[in-house]
Design a binder for this molecule. Structure first.
Ligand SMILES: [Zn+2]
Length: 142
């Protein structure tokens, strides 16, 4: 589906995202949780949107959710994304349900996509040396 070795690699050491990338390398999904009020947050932020605290921890969550919305890309815009069409989805996690994450939706024909369909995360090495691990979303196998 993708030229995985051509996909641009972000700064994996960016302190706001490094714990996320370290987790995906271990095939885990981690998101931020406020250290004061406990509100989960994604994408990473310096302050909690509920209480403005800067206290935070990273917690592992189960990579399962439902499709909130999606778009199918029909025209390549960058190296590594030339095998069109591909679908990008916004996935509402089962728990915590206030968090949505973005990722490619795979193993579903675009015509078969349905809002609310169950999806599970799959961890996929990418980058010129496989130095980052992406999370893709696909219908559950179990
Ligand atoms: Zn908070």
């Amino acid at each position: 589906m993708f030229d995985f070795d051509q996909i641009p690699v972000p700064d994996l050491t960016d302190p706001n995202f490094a714990p996320f990338w370290e987790a995906t390398r271990e095939r885990k999904l981690k998101i931020q949780k406020c250290g004061d009020c406990g509100t989960h947050r994604w994408p990473p932020r310096v302050t909690c949107q509920s209480c403005r605290s800067t206290g935070l921890e990273w917690v592992e969550v189960v990579p399962r959710g439902t499709l909130y919305t999606h778009t199918t890309v029909g025209r390549a815009t960058a190296k590594g994304f030339s095998n069109t069409p591909y679908t990008v989805g916004f996935v509402t996690l089962d728990e915590p349900s206030n968090v949505r994450v973005i990722g490619n939706v795979v193993d579903v024909e675009p015509s078969q996509l349905a809002i609310g369909m169950a999806l599970e995360g799959r961890f996929v090495p990418a980058g010129p040396s496989g130095e980052m691990t992406l999370i893709h979303w696909a219908p559950p196998t179990t």
